[in-house]
Design a protein around this ligand. Structure first.
Ligand code: FMN
Length: 367
């Protein structure tokens, strides 16, 4: 039987969308395997891209991969297929964290494609009549002060629903609880800065020019500023204790935090949390909001436990975000999408002709 081929430009766009996801320290800890015989993109964790100190259990890798999977799903739907996603699909191949199958016949990108999208709810990439695909390219972490303009309750409600649709809970802490979460985060930031090995690990990935490969790092323009009021513990990615102090400015007085949690704490829950996180980020981008992460406390077992809402039921904090109206963050680099594909070093891949299809060029990788 003739195997369906995927248009090369579409496939490259799917991968480009996936790698536009946020990742801890911009490590981009994903890799993809194209199973074109089954029209499936497998996503795994890339070796050598873990953070043994900041992420000893690999939770942040799973969150980052989950975010890439959500982008992939969104782009698959945008290009007219129906994404069918399985997490940890093969017990005997635990390195495969997710598989996204391109189901149905594709239609024109961006077309309404209702026949392919029925019954898939928010998971299909459309949200409230808009295509979250556009948000993939507009979302960037913003580490600058936000305005004092409060986020309207209906928008907050939308974000809660977005997380729920991906099997995660989004907690909206009040003012007192936010102050408590920020104090715990500040404690974590102090610990990180006081630990030379962690500082070195962070700087090796993030500090401009420190990573040997282009396509990595957080450029100075994206690093933002520190809070002159010392209320918002923005992360210092430079790893430096000496040298000129980081630029500082006054941040919003009443920050809007979001704590994303799951009911259980297994790798599959981390992958779900990553997808929920990314959906929340794309929805808030569509609402012209910006966000930054405050992940420091989630990297310390005891402090992560303290982030739990004492009044909520059993929950496992996964991601702490600060959202608001403010400047859009600067663009951060990415590895070229093809570099993230298993076997990309194979000479055949170098021959990919963007005018053709990947079908005959990228044969399914052997198992
Ligand atoms: C699990 C996770 C943890 C992160 N932790 C932080 C953090 O503590 N502070 C921060 O400013 N950014 C944090 N980030 C954001 C990354 O640094 C950012 O996604 C990456 O540099 C790429 O930039 P972008 O988000 O603008 O695409 C985190 C991202 C992820 C996925």
């Amino acid at each position: 039987m003739q195997q369906p081929a995927v248009d090369a430009a579409a496939l490259e766009d799917l991968l480009r969308a996936a790698v536009a996801a946020p990742s801890i320290h911009n490590t981009q800890p994903w890799r993809f395997r194209l199973d074109l015989a089954h029209l499936t993109v497998e996503v795994g964790a890339a070796p050598g891209r873990a953070l043994p100190l900041a992420d000893s259990d690999g939770r942040a890798v799973h969150l980052s991969v989950g975010a890439a999977v959500f982008n992939l799903r969104t782009a698959v739907a945008h290009h007219g297929w129906r994404p069918v996603t399985r997490l940890l699909p093969e017990p005997d191949r635990p390195e495969v964290l997710a598989a996204v199958h391109l189901a149905g016949a594709p239609h024109a990108p961006g077309g309404d494609g209702n026949s392919n999208r029925k019954g898939n709810g928010y998971g299909n990439g459309r949200y409230d009549g808009r295509d979250l695909y556009e948000s993939i390219w507009l979302r960037h972490s913003s580490r600058m002060p936000f305005t004092e303009q409060p986020v309207p309750q209906p928008v907050l409600d939308e974000l809660v629903r977005a997380a729920e649709s991906e099997q995660a809970d989004l907690i909206l802490p009040g003012r007192g609880e936010s102050a408590r979460l920020l104090a715990i985060t500040a404690d974590a930031e102090r610990r990180n800065n006081g630990d030379p090995a962690r500082r070195a690990e962070t700087a090796s990935w993030c500090a401009p020019g420190r990573h040997p490969d282009p396509g990595h790092g957080i450029p100075p323009a994206a690093m933002g500023v520190m809070d002159a009021g010392a209320q918002l513990p923005m992360r210092d990615f430079t790893g430096r204790l000496d040298g000129p102090p980081r630029p500082a400015a006054c941040f919003e007085r009443d920050p809007q935090l979001l704590l994303l949690s799951t009911r259980q704490d297994r790798p599959v829950d981390w992958l779900r949390a990553g997808q929920a996180m990314q959906k929340v980020l794309l929805v808030l981008t569509a609402r012209e909001l910006v966000a930054s992460f405050l992940h420091q406390a989630l990297e310390w077992h005891d402090l992560r436990w303290l982030l739990r809402d004492p009044h909520a039921g059993l929950c496992h904090p996964q991601v702490l975000l600060r959202i608001g109206y403010g400047p859009v963050g600067a663009v951060t680099p990415r590895r070229a999408p093809l570099e993230t594909v298993n076997g990309a070093e194979h000479p055949q891949v170098g021959k990919v002709d963007h005018a053709g299809t990947y079908g005959p060029v990228l044969a399914p990788a052997g198992r």
